[in-house]
Design a protein around this ligand. Structure first.
Ligand SMILES: [Mg+2]
Length: 398
């Protein structure tokens, strides 16, 4: 299996950086984007020049001004920030569709397998920084690691304009010297409990047996024991912009023949699956689309117990849906199949699949490999080859 690579992208002092961009006179000055201090406004964002005085996000503006009286306070312009955020996210989605946006200025990218397209993962990171700077004039920091947890912490440590790459196998050593509060879910309460136990760094935490942590902290203790060793297999939740991967076909002549429908559906399912695998995605919901000669169109969908990137499994579900909604002899004008409920494949380790699936996965990897070297038509499954198709693929629509 390809080395899993996750990049955490975080724009530096985003709102303040946008204001500096729009009002060059503010550049380099202590700048606070926030509410009116007389109305108990809080700091939404502070430039690094203001942070040098101890100003932090979520701090009351009145308190921030006591720390840094010369700071310039400007009200937020959320429309402007949203527009620029979308432009940055679009850049990220050109690198890979496997983007999980977690806030207006932060996202995870699953770039597993993207090296073939973009080069080594560090170069992918540099490309992102360069493009966001060249095209949006905004500084961005990146953390690159084998999982979300470590990528996020790496990104935080490099700010601003940082690029921190944690090599596979060095996650625990990278985290060890850091204070426990760097871990997700360790705030004042948990942090206080841990410090009372003599646990100050993530390395201290990693030295404690999981069972003992679970006794003190319950279920959270188990999670922390894993996190402290840099283990995190959680998948990315792909944003709504990549909702589904689909194929559909409008027949040159309406089709009423079961075998042809089966063959076309099988071929489209395989194509959808190959595109899922290309993007390192798995999907859990299969949808079919049926259009009749009078242009009546129906869609039907089913959600499977496990997400998949396997054509046969997608086809099985699609054919069942078709069987329930199509009556023998009925003419069909268009047939489509789509997979949605997409997740990045990285979180689904092979162990979750049964033996037969593992064989299929290996077979499909080989097929994908040959297709990528010799073109899509180099290999066709036997079922595609019976009789010539009198249909053409519609261009992909996703
Ligand atoms: Mg940020």
């Amino acid at each position: 299996m390809a080395q899993r690579w996750i990049i955490h992208v975080d724009l530096d002092a985003f709102f303040a950086s946008v204001e500096e961009l729009l009002q060059p006179a503010l550049r380099g000055k202590p700048l606070i984007v926030g509410g009116n201090p007389n109305e108990r406004g809080v700091v939404s964002s502070a430039s690094y020049a203001a942070r040098a005085y101890g100003v932090r996000s979520a701090m009351p503006v009145a308190q921030a001004l006591r720390l840094c009286p010369q700071a310039i306070v400007v009200p937020p312009r959320h429309g402007e920030y949203s527009r620029r955020s979308r432009a940055v996210m679009d850049i990220l989605r050109e690198i890979t569709p496997a983007v999980e946006q977690i806030s207006i200025d932060e996202a995870f990218l699953d770039v597993t397998g993207c090296e073939r397209l973009w080069g080594p993962v560090r170069e992918i990171g540099e490309l992102i920084q360069r493009r966001v700077m060249d095209e949006q004039r905004l500084p961005v920091s990146l953390g690159i690691a084998t999982n979300r947890l470590v990528a996020k912490i790496a990104c935080d440590l490099g700010k601003p304009k940082g690029l921190v790459l944690v090599e596979p196998g060095t996650e625990a050593a990278f985290l060890a010297p850091l204070p426990i509060e760097r871990l997700w879910g360790v705030g004042q309460v948990t942090g206080g409990k841990l410090r009372k136990m003599g646990i100050a760094t993530i390395g201290d935490l990693a030295g404690w047996p999981e069972a003992q942590l679970a006794r003190v902290l319950g279920e959270q203790g188990r999670g922390l024991a894993l996190a402290a060793r840099g283990v995190d297999e959680s998948p990315l939740h792909i944003s709504r912009d990549q909702r589904s991967i689909s194929q559909e076909r409008t027949f040159v002549r309406d089709v009423a023949d079961e075998e042809t429908l089966q063959r076309v559906l099988s071929r489209m399912s395989e194509r959808v699956a190959a595109r899922l695998r290309e993007r390192h995605l798995v999907g859990q919901t299969v949808r079919i689309k049926l259009r009749y000669p009078d242009f009546t169109t129906i869609t039907r969908q089913v959600t499977m117990p496990q997400p998949t990137d396997q054509g046969q499994l997608i086809y099985d579900q699609a054919w069942k849906l078709l069987g329930r909604n199509w009556h023998a002899g009925e003419a069909v004008r268009l047939l489509g199949v789509a997979v949605s409920g997409l997740l990045s494949e990285g979180g689904y380790q092979l162990g979750l699949f049964d033996q037969q699936d593992q064989r299929r996965i290996r077979l499909n990897r080989t097929l994908d490999d040959i297709r990528s070297r010799f073109g899509d038509d180099a290999i066709q499954r036997a079922s595609w080859l019976e009789a010539g198709d009198d249909v053409d693929d519609d261009p992909p629509k996703d």
